[in-house]
Ligand binder design. Structure first.
Ligand code: FES
Length: 366
């Protein structure tokens, strides 16, 4: 085996690491425990740069942790710890005077182990469940009202009316997701590390299919023809749970930016916005902008707003007043009818050539 001088030992102080170009690939040199080791730099998960990660301690020895999603590799053996079977490539190292020499070829080749993705196979393969005849209406309640408490939410009450109307008058299939019941992690900002680190399906879902957003992705992207999103107004904005969900939907929008791939096609979104105080139009604007950016289409008059105004501090009357409101009953029905009608129309459209006037990766430096 040939050995090639590649780096000065004096330039790799103790407790340091260095990414180098070697034989048309990137190799990570490490100097820990008084030993120089070398493993492949490209993470076997999604290609993250291991050399930008941190060193972690395991019973098997020191590991390098990928900065993207945390996969780890032993810095001497290249093996993934904790029973995972992934193997990073390993190079043999020799020291001659002040030179570090690497074996021309890895002495252990990289091998990505099979990982079980059966729980999210449908998301990975984008197995859409909608058909030309389906009328699948997904209600998403974003109120944060305490789980299991005997309290009613005005936005959720209106949403239930809408779903009931869709069932009774359009023979629709309906589904209700209450975000507060779903236990899902906040977006951890992978996109901010590197756009390729924000993946579809979301890497949090990939690592933990039991995360509550799995059901949101499945229902919203694969199953629904129409989504109706209900929110209370909180300090002039949609609920915090609404934003928590939106941040986790970055991986859907990101497919457009990175791959010009639109996951949401021929789907309609409408909104129900209620609040003891006002700011309905701004909330509707925020919601509309977000969902159209994903590819949803809005029906005419795409939201129902209900508010008792700035001086209505007697919030205990909110639910009672909303239930009495003839305007609300009619508007919820009209919104549902409009959304379903539009859904039927746009399903006849060929959306395969849809344009996306959004920033693209290739244009980002212009
Ligand atoms: S953990 Fe390395 S790319 Fe995902």
């Amino acid at each position: 085996m040939n050995y090639i001088p590649i780096f000065k030992l004096s330039d790799l102080p103790k407790e340091s690491q260095q990414i180098i170009n070697f034989q048309n690939t990137k190799v990570l040199l490490l100097h820990y425990d008084d030993q120089i080791t070398a493993i492949g730099n490209t993470c076997l998960h999604k290609g993250g740069p291991l050399g930008k990660g941190i060193i972690t301690k395991h019973s098997e020895g020191l590991c390098i942790q990928c900065p993207w999603h945390g996969w780890e590799y032993n810095i001497k053996t290249g093996k993934a710890p904790d029973g995972y079977l992934d193997q990073q490539s390993v190079y043999d190292v020799k020291i001659h005077d002040d030179q570090i020499l690497l074996s021309e070829q890895p002495i252990v080749r990289a091998k990505r182990a099979e990982h079980d993705h059966s729980a999210i196979k449908d998301l990975k393969a984008l197995q859409y469940q909608t058909t030309t005849d389906s009328i699948n209406i997904l209600g998403i309640s974003t109120t944060n009202m305490a789980k299991g408490a005997a309290r009613e939410s005005t936005s959720e009450h209106a949403l239930l009316q809408s779903l009931e109307h869709a069932k009774q008058h359009h023979s629709a299939s309906t589904r209700l997701l209450k975000l507060r019941d779903l236990e899902f992690r906040a977006c951890e900002g992978y996109y901010s590390i590197h756009e390729q680190a924000c993946t579809w399906p979301c890497s949090i879902t990939d690592a933990n299919p039991n995360d509550g957003m799995t059901e949101v992705y499945r229902s919203m992207i694969l199953w629904a023809d129409v989504i109706l999103v209900a929110t209370p107004i909180r300090w002039g904005n949609p609920s915090s749970l609404f934003f928590k969900m939106c941040e986790r939907l970055n991986c859907v929008q990101n497919q457009i930016t990175l791959h010009n791939k639109i996951l949401i096609q021929n789907k309609v979104a409408g909104f129900i916005i209620t609040g003891g105080q006002d700011n309905i139009q701004q909330v509707a604007g925020q919601m509309g902008t977000f969902f159209t950016d994903l590819g949803f289409v809005l029906p005419p008059f795409h939201f129902v707003g209900w508010s008792r105004g700035w001086v209505a501090e007697d919030m205990e009357k909110n639910v009672e007043q909303l239930k009495k409101s003839r305007y609300l009953k009619r508007s919820v029905k009209d919104l549902t009818d409009n959304a379903i009608r539009l859904s039927k129309q746009i399903k006849q459209m060929d959306s395969s050539h849809m344009n996306t006037p959004l920033p693209k990766r290739i244009e980002s430096d212009i």
